[in-house]
Design a protein around this ligand. Structure first.
Ligand code: PEP
Length: 242
């Protein structure tokens, strides 16, 4: 799966240009492997364009607020996300963990909400530079995965995103990704949970690094931030898989 995480970027015109460009560049079977996660305000429009122009691209949200917070100004719950065409939701991104101090207890509520509303999940995990330097990577990742272990989920993908690689311009090395993905795969498979879609890698992926990363056995997809904003570069990444 190729996940375009636009973060807090985009506009109506960028959305229509992007979808038109991806539709013209990728055939239907490749489109089927693409998941666009724009800011929530563009989901409805994205869904309309996708059905009007007969594209095969899926949509996801970048966040969900648990149902239990019904009196939450600004909140958007799983049913609302579904109603505007979202099939997936990203939970646990390092930016939300850091900026909004989202901890395991809240992430667990978000996972439950996604599950109750029939949303598939992209659950992000990743170690900080300090964790890496102090050889705590696997321990930290297994700790973050505990949240997934405890919750009943629909289909879900783990997105491994080393925090030190996100937005840095340099992806982790092939050896490093290979070793870490293998640890994550073994750990999640041991939970024996149905619906595990595999582990994707995220962190400064672009079309110059995507082919090598995708050739790693334990990599089932890519989560792409900055490089997903230009449809040509996003399509080059998808095409590098062939
Ligand atoms: C991300 O937003 O999760 C991400 C991987 O960003 P970038 O590709 O820009 O490093």
């Amino acid at each position: 799966m190729f996940i375009a995480n636009w973060k807090m970027n985009g506009s109506q015109s960028m959305l229509s240009d992007w979808l038109e460009g991806v539709g013209k560049t990728l055939d239907k079977s490749l489109q089927k492997r693409c998941l666009l996660c724009p800011p929530v305000c563009f989901l409805s429009e994205a869904s309309n364009i996708i059905s009007k122009t007969n594209l095969n691209i899926s949509l996801g949200a970048q966040n969900i607020d648990p149902n239990s917070f019904s009196s939450l100004t600004g909140g958007i719950d799983g049913a609302m996300l579904k109603s505007v065409g979202s099939e997936f939701v990203i939970i646990g991104h390092s930016e939300r963990r850091e900026v909004f101090k989202e901890r395991d207890s809240l992430l667990s509520k978000k996972l439950i909400s996604a599950s109750e509303n029939g949303l598939k999940v992209i659950f992000c995990i990743g170690e900080s530079l300090r964790d890496k330097e102090e050889n705590r990577t696997v321990k930290v990742l297994k700790q973050q995965l505990q949240t997934v272990k405890k919750v009943e989920l629909n289909d879900f993908m783990i997105a491994y995103e080393p925090v030190w690689a996100i937005g840095s311009g340099t992806a982790a090395t092939i050896d490093y990704i290979d070793k870490v993905h293998s640890e994550i795969n073994d750990e999640v498979i041991s939970y024996q949970k149905g619906g595990f879609l595999g582990v994707s890698y995220g962190g400064s992926v672009d079309s110059s690094s995507s082919k090598d990363i995708l050739s790693i056995k334990g990599v089932q997809g890519l989560l792409i931030g900055g490089a997903s904003l230009q449809y040509q570069e996003f399509c080059n990444i998808v095409l590098s898989n062939n």
